[in-house]
Design a protein around this ligand. Structure first.
Ligand code: G4P
Length: 536
């Protein structure tokens, strides 16, 4: 098969949701349909119910190095689907944001009882930064939830996206009868059943079909009224708008009961984009470009101290990756080859000889990779669009064992390369500040520093509101920042200047005093390369 055909078959996506909306359940049901697993209950939830590092680490241990559920690849009909897993715990949201840079589309799961929740809003903001196409699955229709119209309004208002229902539910909770497919004029009958895979579907002539009315009476009247309303209010579904991330098709169902999942999957393989061109520091790279290229979006450590190796997850963006062939590590300017690249089918990991654009491969790594690193066949470009966001919580790092300062430095560098946290070093001083999204990360860092590097530390509270990356054309634009706030100026790991503001008020003042500088809440991992390009 030609490279192009191989690439077009691939659909690489992630499922996102607020915890408990049904992401794990839906993932499992998708695997059930594809035949990748045979029974429900086979996919282990990666949720951490209690927020304690020991729970997190225990789960990590149980899952080995967690790679088995990091990428799930399976075939469905003619498509090869790569489903990228995202952490269930909100304290690890940054990992999810990065994973979203490696997909071509997402499926968003909403709990019909709870509607659009906080974590969903954040995740969608990240999707919108890249115009990622979104399909919405409104889940748990077997429970008494919010009215469908109300849910659609909430989606439009809170997520700032136009929606277009492709199916419509008849009833909900105890009176839930099934879902009407607006395009195919078919009705899928709801039966509560966790193991059943087949759905009972009947095709009608139209929403006015008398048989539909004979079957459901008043409920059919209400359905007709709703469907007419939907057609009038939401306009036609437009695949181009979906692919540009401005219109989101919506499905209704119940993942737990395998209901609406087949419809979702069938539509997904029909409309979801195959790998799309990706932006680099030297312009766009097409997936069917004959030269291989890809970037690292996630690094997973083996927490077993006897095996310090890590796995770098690389998204293939163009061409074909081959085992044992030399590739160019752009940042390090080194040639590297990989003898055992791994892919993932269902829940098993296996060594692959080749991989195509759209695939994700795991590369065994001993500290050669950082998040955002690019591999090519010799070309000097880096992939863009892998951002770092301002952390939410900051603490000063203090060494508690003076004889182990080397170990601490090595450990903290190692862990921040993995993207577990962000490290900021004071511009004029030695202070080291660690920034994270959730408290749990501090416990994990402490535990791993001790167990993997023999270093011990403490985290001291540090008055802070947000980290802003400061961009400027020349030094005099940040003169007052340097004189008034020198203690708050730090460098990130790529030597970008960062201002850690103590409060919204001080941030506002700093902006007013340095009007020409830009204060950014996020930065591209490869922005320093851009800067270097500019100078050259
Ligand atoms: P998550 O990965 O998004 O965090 O959610 P997950 O799939 O783990 O689902 C969260 C809870 O919602 C689970 O119940 C799951 O069984 C339930 N659930 C998922 N889909 C549906 C649905 O269509 N209808 C109903 N009624 N419930 C659904 P749990 O009690 O927290 O866990 P478990 O003991 O069932 O595993």
């Amino acid at each position: 098969m030609s490279i192009l055909k191989n690439i077009q078959k691939r659909k690489t996506f992630a499922i996102i949701s607020h915890p408990d909306a049904g992401k794990t359940t839906l993932t499992e049901k998708l695997l059930l349909y594809s035949g990748a697993i045979q029974i429900a209950g086979a996919v282990k939830s990666n949720k951490i119910r209690k927020t304690a590092a020991s729970d997190f680490l225990e789960i990590e241990k149980q899952r080995g190095i967690s790679v088995a559920t990091s990428v799930l690849s399976f075939d469905y009909k003619d498509a090869i689907i790569n489903l990228l897993d995202t952490p269930g715990h909100k304290d690890f949201a940054e990992d999810t944001y990065r994973t979203l840079t490696a997909v071509d589309s997402v499926t968003l799961v909403i709990d019909s009882v709870k509607g659009v929740e906080e974590q969903t809003e954040k995740l969608m903001q990240v999707c919108r930064m890249r115009n990622t196409p979104v399909i919405v699955f409104i889940n748990k229709l077997d429970r008494e939830g919010k009215e469908p119209i109300e849910l659609l309004d909430e989606l439009e208002q809170k997520l700032n996206i136009h929606v277009r229902p492709l199916s419509w539910p008849m009833g909900m909770g105890l009176s839930f009868r099934g879902v009407y497919n607006i395009y195919k004029n078919s009705f899928a009958f709801f039966h509560s059943n966790k193991q059943q895979v087949e759905e009972e579907v009947r095709v009608f002539n139209s929403i006015d079909d008398p048989e539909l009315h004979e079957m459901f009476g008043d409920a059919a009247e209400k359905l007709k009224h709703d469907v007419d309303l939907v057609k009038g209010v939401y306009g036609e579904f437009n695949i181009e708008k979906y692919r540009h991330g401005t219109q989101a098709p919506v499905f209704f169902g119940s993942a737990l009961n395998n209901f609406g999942v087949k419809e979702l999957l069938d539509t997904f393989i029909e409309i979801a984009p195959s790998p799309v061109p990706r932006e680099t520091t030297k312009g766009f790279v097409n997936p069917d470009n004959k030269n291989f290229s890809g970037f690292v979006f996630k690094i997973h450590a083996n927490i077993d101290p006897k095996h310090r190796d890590r796995i770098a997850f690389l998204r293939v963006c163009s061409g074909k990756f081959e085992r044992n062939k030399f590739y160019h590590h752009v940042r390090l300017k080194r040639s590297l080859k990989f003898s055992s690249p791994a892919t993932f089918m269902g829940k098993t990991k296996s060594i692959v000889d080749d991989a195509y654009a759209g695939d994700v491969i795991g590369l065994y790594d001993s500290s050669t990779f950082k998040i955002g690193d690019t591999l090519t066949e010799g070309e000097e470009f880096m992939f863009k669009g892998v951002p770092s966001f301002s952390p939410e919580i900051f603490r000063e790092l203090r060494n508690t064992d003076p004889f182990k300062s080397k170990q601490l430095e090595k450990g903290i560098n190692h862990l921040t390369d993995e993207g577990l946290a962000q490290l900021f070093t004071q511009n004029q001083g030695n202070r080291k500040v660690i920034g994270v999204v959730g408290e749990l990360q501090f416990d994990v860092i402490k535990f791993r520093l001790l167990h993997e590097f023999g270093a011990s530390c403490e985290f001291i509270s540090y008055l802070s509101y947000k980290a802003c990356w400061v961009k400027y054309e020349n030094e005099n634009e940040i003169e007052s920042l340097k004189s008034l706030w020198s203690n708050n100026l730090f460098l990130d790991k790529n030597k970008n200047l960062v201002y850690i503001a103590e409060s919204p008020y001080t941030l506002q003042r700093a902006k007013e005093k340095n009007p020409k500088a830009q204060f950014l809440f996020s930065i591209e991992h490869n922005d320093h390369t851009l800067e270097m390009d500019k100078v050259a």
